[in-house]
Design a protein around this ligand. Sequence first.
Ligand code: FE2
Length: 365
Amino acid sequence: MPNQIDNWIDKIKEREKKGLPLEEATSPESFWYTNDAFFQFERDSVFKNSWQYVGRSDQLINSGDYFSGDLFGLPYLVVCDEGLKAFYNICSHHATCLVEGKGRVSELKCPYHGWVYNFQGELKKIPQAGPLGKLNPKNLKLTELPLKKVGPFIFLNFGQEKKWEGNSLESVLTDYSYEDFKFVGSFKYRLKCNWKVFVDNYLDGGYHVPHMHPGLTEQIDFSSYKTVRSDCFSIQTCSSKRGNQSSKEGDFLERVEGTSSYFWLYPNFMVNLYGRWMDTNWVRPIKSDECEIIFDYFYRGTLNDELKRKSLKASEKVQEEDTLICERVQKGLESGLFFGGPYVPKFEGSMYDFHQQLMKSYLGF
Ligand SMILES: [Fe+2]
């Protein structure tokens, strides 16, 4: 639908040209969130042109450890050799995906015709092929993807290499002595909403917290809520309340004690640090009206079963509350009756920054 995309681009250009500040701007029109063709357009404009979180380095300890995945149908693999290497997970022969899931291998061997690559992506064996004429294995290397690592987090770049904004994450992790954290477990949630609805909800500067998260609200000092804004990241911080040890809602002070930090990296990755916990929210687009959030949990210190059970339950409660509201937002966006609403400047600056940055991605800046 090229005409439709052109039409949207014109609207986004108009918006960009107006350049309205936070106090005067309105949030994006609903087509950003509801249209399948626009969703596909985001693959190249946003996701291929930003650093994408793909997994953790503790999954890749020994030589040959690998994991694979796909981003909007772009299959990748990350493998451990002397360092970490990432490639498109596509055999140079007939495009077969070389590996599935995660595991450990001694070489990257295509299951189809047995072509073998080493962990540098070099083609090493072409079984039973006989003379290959002018074919030169050197021209049949796997396509390598640029990789960056921050703390335990691995990021890949699938398109034009954009400016790396992860240094801000590095400093937050260092402040929290991230090396002490150990991976505890993962949860996956499917939400019937566009991926950006979840990100918007995360970036509202805590505005929704007193309304949507009564259990959490009892435990945090909302007056201490602060947001550090930047184009491609934000850091929200908040102190816990003292002396409020238990709550009917399932949350409890031990989980959020001290200062909590909520870090977002454009476009779709968050790291939350609270008490002795760290968790990540990896927002994966599925369809225009569906996304998947992968939560990975980490803990520093000795975690007993009871604390683990209570903490994960409290976290799940917050996630259920967010899921509920995100899905209600999507319903309103799908109605065709919404054309953007005001930002509340006191809280929603980071959400505005996110939309500004998306606009740049859409227009290829
Ligand atoms: Fe929330």
